[in-house]
Design a protein around this ligand. Structure first.
Ligand code: FES
Ligand SMILES: [Fe+2]
Length: 416
């Protein structure tokens, strides 16, 4: 149980809030690069700030204040130029550093005044990696962007799935260190939703460890050997807003205090006898979270998680909770967030910040859950594999994979 004040400290992400300051010390994924392929300008709300991301005609990304430096017009209706984004109202042009580089009328009529040199707008650096765009919204100097090892894997199919979640990010992130919910939410509830009264294997033992880039949880369930990687390695709540599961990452990206962007990145290695595959661009798709009756979608793994998150309320009231032994990981994480908020006040780097480019260029994460070495299996073996054969028919984690993405996936795996 927390006090109301502690709950606010963990959940509020505005620029002057302790958690807002902490999260601004990291590169935050917020968008898929291919989202800007057709329309190169997109409104973004991130950490309580209204921004606009663009890709200019030179291919450079910018993330700037959504409202123009001049008289606050909406730059998500602006248009890109060779270098920068131009406001559609009076044509002011800003670049990715937030410099106003053209004020068309003043530049023409009063060139000597050089008014533009005095104007400036808010801008944050953006980096692209593995089809994702990451923003850094904190003080300079920015740390390195960690290139997690799976981002360097070659020859596979990547896809990015996004959903807008109407609740605070922190309850979503607590789910990243919550092993027992797999047994209930994903196993037993799924059985019941399919009219089966079977119960899945029980959790017998749990362990939680703080590691360099997050908090790992390990489990033993009935019938599971202690040499299983689920016990020897575990899964990782990736600091500070992620979850790493071997062949996929999930991030709970804080939009503001009451909204979260669920962003997930998936990698699938084709069967070993499929033709070599190279992906020109990483598709991004939106996974709906409600059905035609306005009920939450319950059929897919991440959709089930979302039912839990939104069910806890817009901002979960932790003054009313009652924690148990299965919540030890959550208690560890909370403690670390509080300690890191203090470290920031003391002028120190928080957990997991990487400043050495040599370290950042490929950061290994303990690997568990790579689907039985899918790339080690033949196409024939895929067709009978319990998970992989289903994967050819539908996305396993997210509801609503568009037909064209599934077709591209099947083709990449060599099946069409
Ligand atoms: S408001 Fe943008 S140029 Fe005038
Ligand atoms: Fe889950």
């Amino acid at each position: 149980m927390l006090t109301a004040e502690q709950n606010r400290a963990l959940t509020e992400v505005g620029p002057d809030k302790p958690m807002g300051k902490l999260l601004r010390r990291y590169w935050i994924p917020f968008c898929g690069a291919s989202e800007l392929e057709k329309t190169p300008v997109k409104a973004v709300r991130l950490l309580c700030e209204d921004l606009v991301v663009y890709r200019d005609l030179d291919g450079a990304y910018g993330l700037v204040d959504r409202h123009c430096a001049h008289r606050r017009a909406d730059l998500s209706y602006g248009f890109v130029e060779k270098c920068g984004l131009r406001c559609n109202y009076h044509g002011w042009l800003v670049n990715h550093r937030g410099d106003v580089v053209e004020i068309p009328y003043d530049d023409t009529a009063h060139p000597k005044q050089n008014l533009k040199s005095q104007a400036k707008t808010k801008a944050y650096p953006v980096k692209e990696c593995a089809g994702l765009l990451f923003a850094y919204m904190g003080p300079s100097p920015a740390p390195e962007l960690p290139v997690w090892a799976p981002f360097t894997w070659q020859g596979g199919f990547r896809e990015i799935v996004r959903s807008d979640i109407p609740c605070n990010w922190f309850q979503c992130q607590e789910n990243s260190c919550d092993p027992v919910h797999f047994e209930w939410m994903h196993d037993n509830w799924s059985q019941r939703l399919n009219d089966s009264f079977e119960y899945s294997t029980k959790h017998l033992q749990l362990a939680f460890d703080e590691v360099e880039y997050g908090h790992a949880y390990r489990r033993v369930r009935e019938g599971q050997e202690e040499n299983s990687p689920l016990w020897t390695i575990g899964r990782l709540a990736l600091w500070p807003i992620g979850f790493y599961l071997g062949e996929h990452f999930e991030w709970r990206v804080p939009v503001d205090d009451e909204n979260t962007l669920s962003l997930a990145w998936f990698y699938s290695q084709p069967p070993k006898d499929a033709k070599p595959f190279e992906q020109p661009s990483v598709p991004v798709w939106e996974s709906p979270i409600t059905d035609e009756n306005g009920r939450w979608v319950t059929s897919h793994v991440i959709n089930q998680d979302i039912v839990a998150w939104v069910g806890q309320g817009r901002i979960a009231d932790r003054t009313k909770e009652f924690l148990a032994a299965s919540d030890r990981g959550i208690m560890m994480m909370r403690k670390r967030y509080f300690e890191d908020m203090k470290r920031i006040e003391e002028g120190k780097d928080p957990k997991g910040v990487i400043r050495d480019p040599e370290v950042a260029k490929c950061v290994p994460l303990a690997l568990v859950g790579r689907v039985s070495g899918a790339g080690e299996l033949t196409m024939e073996e895929w067709k009978t594999h319990p998970f992989l054969k289903l994967r050819l028919l539908d996305h396993r984690h997210c509801y609503g994979q568009p037909k064209d993405v599934r077709a591209a996936f099947r083709q990449a795996m060599g099946f069409d």
